[in-house]
Design a protein around this ligand. Structure first.
Ligand SMILES: [Zn+2]
Ligand SMILES: [Zn+2]
Length: 169
């Protein structure tokens, strides 16, 4: 998703319109933010040239299915935010930069960064999510289980020793 901004840089035009659907298909990105699937993300806005920068003024909106990082339940949520992004330029020349190569602006990268900034680092179905019992796997939001919290799984107990021994080395 590269946008040619040569006319903007030479000031033949005042702005470049942004109006497209961004397909979020970067599997690494989806995994990092617990996104199971996402609708196309509508991106609307304009790219301007200012005296010392290229300014991207836009907004994005879409819907996604996330997986709660505590209880693993899938839930839908909206994704939307504004993008105000400056890329410095000097003397009408773009310093070769990761966002702009020649006169091509890598809009995908800008949008992914804006998305990353607006998404929570830890995805939760709700702030109060109780998660899963570490012993039996019961979803504690739905029902309690009969596990005794102090009753550590013998396999985990072994693992604990293993790590302790490891530390002493
Ligand atoms: Zn949850
Ligand atoms: Zn349990």
């Amino acid at each position: 998703m590269n946008i040619n901004i040569s006319k903007l840089i030479t000031e033949k035009i005042e702005y470049v319109d942004i109006n497209f659907d961004f397909i979020l298909d970067d599997s690494e990105f989806l995994k990092d933010y617990n996104i199971v699937k996402s609708s196309p993300i509508r991106v609307l806005g304009k790219i301007y040239k200012e005296s010392d920068s290229i300014f991207i003024d836009a907004s994005f909106s879409g819907k996604a299915v996330f997986q709660c990082s505590r209880c693993l339940k899938e839930f839908k949520s909206n994704i939307s935010d504004n993008i105000e992004f400056y890329i410095p330029i000097s003397e009408n020349k773009v310093e070769d930069d990761s966002y702009i190569n020649g006169h091509l602006l890598n809009l995908k990268m800008v949008i992914e960064e804006a998305l990353a900034f607006s998404l929570p680092m830890k995805v939760l179905c709700s702030e109060e999510c109780k998660g899963l019992c570490p012993n039996c796997g019961q979803n504690l939001n739905i029902d309690e289980c009969n596990c005794d919290i102090d009753d550590i799984d013998p396999r985990l107990e072994k693992l604990k020793h293993f790590f302790n021994e490891d530390e002493e080395v």
